[in-house]
Ligand binder design. Sequence first.
Ligand SMILES: NC(=O)c1ccc[n+]([C@@H]2O[C@H](COP(=O)([O-])OP(=O)(O)OC[C@H]3O[C@@H](n4cnc5c(N)ncnc54)[C@H](OP(=O)(O)O)[C@@H]3O)[C@@H](O)[C@H]2O)c1
Length: 225
Amino acid sequence: MPKRVLINGAFGRMGQRACYVLEKHTDFIVVAKTGRHDCLDDMILATQPDIVIDLTTAACVWQNAQTILQYPVYPIIGTSGLKREQITQLIDLSQKKKQGGLIVPNFSIGAILQMRCVESIAHYFSSAEIVEAHHETKLDRPSGTALRTAEQIQQVNACQPPIHSIRLPGFVARQEVVFGAPAETLTIIHHVSDREAYMPGLVLACQKVTTFEQIYYGLEYCLER
Ligand SMILES: NC(=O)c1ccc[n+]([C@@H]2O[C@H](COP(=O)([O-])OP(=O)(O)OC[C@H]3O[C@@H](n4cnc5c(N)ncnc54)[C@H](OP(=O)(O)O)[C@@H]3O)[C@@H](O)[C@H]2O)c1
């Protein structure tokens, strides 16, 4: 039975792509596309989705996440800008309610693999810096992915990598992690040239989320299951 999906932020750049990909996919039916002028509560009640994807803005994502969690649906929060303590609150609430969901700072499978490489390298290099570059309209800085990468490095070797953020036309997303040691450096670069890069991960998230019984943070939980 295809899963019913509501896409909030459906008319934005990510939202339009998500609609296009999920509408073509036999595992899913897009039952609602909502934007700034829709009432999310009313649309969830009217269309009874299994999954609600949020691809909106940092200004409204916290409110949207709380709204979505009031209903028996699986949230997938792809919007950037949630603070660490807000993520923790959402995870705690989902554990109490046994409600599956995902918060995905980066749907790109390449970005997840970059983080995995970085984690391995951090065992051997004790100094690192992160340079992340995004298009000029990205509101939040540093990016959620850079914060997550820094956290992972810190968990391995206790170094707190500085993050440098660039917001310029010409970029979609690029993250460079530079490790330094005496007389050598090692750099891992991940580069996205089009939002198409996020769609395989978004589909994977929709396929896996209904097997979860709490909210997880990161697409890696979908790759490991
Ligand atoms: N997780 C990932 O892999 C990933 C990848 C790329 C981007 N992102 C994030 O995803 C989000 C969307 O990115 P984008 O490039 O698609 O941005 P975008 O083009 O600006 O789209 C955002 C959409 O959300 C709508 N919106 C604003 N407030 C809303 C509200 N209260 N309720 C419903 N819709 C609302 C906007 O409508 P208006 O135009 O009327 O304001 C717009 O259509 C951003 O936070 C971005 O950082 C995540």
